[in-house]
Design a protein around this ligand. Structure first.
Ligand SMILES: O=C(O)C(=O)C[C@]1(C(=O)O)C=C[C@@H](O)C=C1
Length: 372
């Protein structure tokens, strides 16, 4: 039997090595936090944590300590996550306050996004056009605009995955939504006709929404553009009857194009839902809630998480899954449901999901906008 004083001396000796290593590990975690901020990554990296735990068990000589080693490493990673979150939250405060009421949309004047923005905020709203969807997110991040608008779903082509991915990448929130009717028209400069056209420019979604009509003109070259209105402007500037755009009536008028063939979209009643995004969560007296949570690669996870909605009589109106990207075959599930976020049913369901899912985020609570 050894002497307690001697045991404690040996423990002190080990701790004197452990603590500087712990300090070094935390310093590194803070460097990783900076990397995550610059690259818009989530603090929690489930795949990496699993790898760290596996390595810890691999390095053990006494395999009986496996559970203890897993708890030890899990606690250390939880501490580094807390530290990273604190660091990132402090960084957020350094951002300039956005100018009140300034708004951003992708495309140029006359885009469907601008139309949706005007319908939501009014004709007099102070708005700025940005070339790409991501430029709108960057402008919010820089504090250049208070809110932005991007399309999230079309009634014919479905989800706009880029908007979902950007929402996650930038960590922003949904503060409202606007749905608008989207009629696509074939437009050309004066003198153009179905016979002169050789190239058609539009957003990839615009081309897809008109695929049936375009099938009857296989000789045309289809060229995806940033945006339908930018395509209209390009065709107008080119002054070439061989080029046509698929765009809104408003964009065609704005850029002086003639409608060669109106309403060429496959679906009559084609509509697009836009989301208004901002830096902060602004839960409103709403009737719709959006959340995102992670799906672990385990049997029954999806069924179990969704059952919390059913058990609380909640009507889900949209589900979209997107790959996590930094971990293969794991997904983020985006769910929109009807109801007020403060209702007892919503609160119970969300609490259960929060406890059960590795990652959970309330994306927004706002007023639904449905087209009749
Ligand atoms: O590797 C990372 O991304 C880290 O931030 C480091 C670390 C860790 O402490 O090992 C912390 C949090 C992540 O969830 C995963 C791992």
């Amino acid at each position: 039997m050894g002497d307690l004083t001697d045991y404690r001396r040996q423990i002190d000796e080990i701790d004197s090595q452990l603590i500087p290593l712990f300090e070094k590990r935390m310093d590194l975690a803070l460097q990783v936090a900076r990397y995550k901020q610059e690259n818009h990554l989530q603090v929690l990296q489930g795949g990496r944590e699993q790898q760290v735990l596996n390595l810890a068990v691999e390095h053990l000589n006494t395999k009986e300590y496996a559970d203890a080693a897993i708890r030890f490493m899990s606690n250390i990673m939880s501490i580094s996550r807390d530290l990273q979150k604190k660091k990132l939250a402090a960084g957020q405060e350094d951002l300039p306050a956005p100018p009140q009421g300034k708004l951003g949309y992708p495309g140029v004047a006359g885009s469907f996004s601008e139309q949706a923005l005007i319908e939501y905020f009014g004709k007099e709203c102070d708005r700025v056009a940005y070339e790409e969807f991501e430029d709108v997110f960057k402008a919010i991040k820089r504090g250049e605009i208070q809110y932005g608008i991007v399309p999230i779903e079309n009634s014919f082509t479905g989800a706009v995955s880029e908007s979902y991915d950007l929402l996650r990448k930038y960590g922003f929130y949904i503060v409202g939504e606007k749905s608008i009717r989207v009629d696509q028209h074939l437009a050309c400069v004066r003198g153009g006709s179905l016979d002169t056209i050789r190239e058609v420019y539009s957003h990839a979604q615009g081309l897809e929404q008109c695929s049936e009509f375009l099938k009857s003109h296989k000789e045309w070259k289809l060229i995806p553009f940033h945006n339908t209105a930018i395509a209209a402007k390009f065709v107008s500037d080119a002054k070439d009857t061989g080029k046509a755009a698929i765009c809104s009536e408003c964009a065609a008028q704005l850029y002086g194009l003639d409608l060669i063939k109106p309403c060429i979209n496959n679906q009559t009643g084609n509509s697009t839902r836009f989301i208004i995004i901002g830096r902060e969560l602004e839960p409103k007296e709403g009737d719709k809630v959006s959340v995102v949570f992670s799906l672990e690669d385990e049997a029954g996870t999806l069924y179990r998480l969704l059952s919390y909605f059913a058990a609380n009589h909640i009507n889900m109106v949209k589900i979209e899954s997107r790959p996590m990207k930094d971990v293969s075959w794991r997904y983020f599930l985006y769910v929109d449901f009807e109801g007020n976020v403060e209702s007892p049913q919503s609160k119970t369901a969300l609490e259960l999901i929060k406890k059960d899912a590795g990652y959970f985020k309330l994306l927004g609570a706002y007023k639904a906008d449905r087209l009749n």
